[in-house]
Write a protein that binds this ligand. Sequence first.
Ligand SMILES: *Cc1c(COP(=O)(O)O)cnc(C)c1O
Length: 217
Amino acid sequence: MIRDNVKRILEELPEDIQLVAAAKTRTVEEISEALDAGVRIVGENYVQEAQDAFQKLGHRAQWHFIGHLQTNKVKKAVEIFDVIETVDSLKLAMEIDKRCGHINKTMSVLIEINSGKETQKSGVFPEDAVRLVREISLLKNVRIKGLMTMGPFFGNPENARPYFVVTRRLFEKMRTLHIPGVDMIFLSMGMTNSYKIAVEEGANIVRIGTNIFGERV
Ligand SMILES: *Cc1c(COP(=O)(O)O)cnc(C)c1O
């Protein structure tokens, strides 16, 4: 079933769009099945869960962190992840920079945009994003590669479109700024119920869990 889901999604997705299999709460066996079916990138929300999966699956996948990263988990996180999609403060970026310095690594990061300006959600507000990107761009061991957003959740994903548009416009504006050391190439938006609309609005990374693995229990 996981196999069929992955094949169907990969067939539908335009070729230049990267699929991140959002793996929170899934077993290593389930993730492994997704990899066998053609998934290349696994998204993890929790460092502890990622450690277990990484130990067993290692470099069969690329690993993206897509959850809320606490500074006390950064040391472990930088050992596992290829990309941290959810950087939303200078403080977090500085900790990543420091820990990467210790292990001689440059971390690719996306800046998480709180496109719905929801107070309970993480992410930087759109109007504060350029300043944050400029600040983080000065760090030696962190490389900004694009933007990520969750956006508010709606039963009807059409309602999520304006938040994808806000994020895409910001992405385009940042490209025109040509900030030294910043590669504005990835735009990560859209989940199971909204990824088609996100792709219409310019996403080139989509993060899909339920549609691959089934409903979470
Ligand atoms: C869980 C999660 C997803 C995937 O959600 P589904 O609705 O299961 O596809 C995508 N992005 C993030 C940040 C998530 O936490």
